[in-house]
Design a protein around this ligand. Structure first.
Ligand SMILES: Nc1ncnc2c1ncn2[C@@H]1O[C@H](COP(=O)(O)OP(=O)(O)O)[C@@H](O)[C@H]1O
Ligand SMILES: [Mg+2]
Length: 238
């Protein structure tokens, strides 16, 4: 079976500077791939490139057998990929419900409705009349996830969902991601919180300077501290 998402030789960046130097990643349907790596190696650039917000110079992005290289973000979303961006990017002046309704307008047919989002993320229902900028970091993260789910994606790109959240809230976010995974949704997860990522992932890809330097699984990652230090610690070899 071919992977749901297959990225091959992807080169992408900003204003001519190539951040991604030929990235290959594949995500099998129903699995979670964690992309780990130091700050600045290109993890966000990778997910933004997959969703079409950063232009690819070379390489390909194939999703569900369809070539989406260079496609527009709305085409990619309509094909079934949703991004929960780093920093959540909820609309501060809009209420929770208004933020969600924007996504409903764009959604593909599927199981996710506003009602179901409120069932799975009850906090959002309680806060439905509050403005985005009145929410806590954790609530904003839930809103960003809810908004992405409302498009009924087959693949969810999650960029640093635990960023800036307290350990208790991180655990709640992890529960949500686990439930989605158990529900069969495919996830590409970018995380600085290695423990969280390893607890959720089936496969792990470690990125160094715009390339995937190591492909493993959580057990393999935990079992090779030396390599982890070399590839991931800020003091390790560059
Ligand atoms: N909008 C942008 N314009 C120019 N350079 C950028 C932009 N966003 C990120 N970069 C640069 O691209 C590199 C990779 O960034 P990023 O993909 O955000 O890394 P990560 O998510 O792994 O921390 C960094 O050197 C960063 O400074
Ligand atoms: Mg990032």
């Amino acid at each position: 079976m071919s992977p749901l998402l297959e990225v091959r030789g992807l080169r992408a960046g900003y204003d001519g500077s190539a951040v991604l130097q030929g990235v290959d990643v594949a995500v099998e349907e129903g699995t979670v791939l964690a992309v780990l790596g130091r700050n600045g190696v290109g993890k966000s650039t990778l997910v933004m490139s997959v969703i079409g917000l950063v232009r690819a110079y070379a390489g390909s992005v194939t999703f569900a057998g369809r070539d989406l290289t260079g496609a527009r973000t709305d085409t990619i979303a309509a094909a079934g990929i949703a991004l929960v961006p780093q920093g959540r990017r909820v609309f501060g002046p809009l209420t929770v419900e208004e933020n969600l309704r924007i996504a409903v307008r764009r959604n593909r047919p599927g199981p996710w409705t506003l009602e179901r989002i409120y069932e799975v993320l009850p906090r959002l229902k309680e806060r439905r009349g509050n403005r985005g900028d009145q929410l806590s970091g954790g609530e904003q993260q839930m809103l960003a996830i809810g908004r992405a789910l409302l498009t009924n994606p087959r693949l969810l790109l999650l960029d640093e969902p635990s960023d800036g959240l307290s350990p208790m809230v991180v655990a709640q976010v992890a529960d949500v991601v686990r439930a989605l995974r158990d529900d069969g949704i495919t996830v590409l997860l970018v995380e600085q919180n290695v423990r969280l990522a390893l607890g959720l992932a089936d496969h792990v890809a470690v990125m160094v300077k715009g390339e995937i330097a190591w492909r493993t699984d959580p057990a393999g990652f935990r079992g090779d501290r030396e390599r982890v230090r070399a590839l991931m610690s800020v003091t390790g070899p560059q």
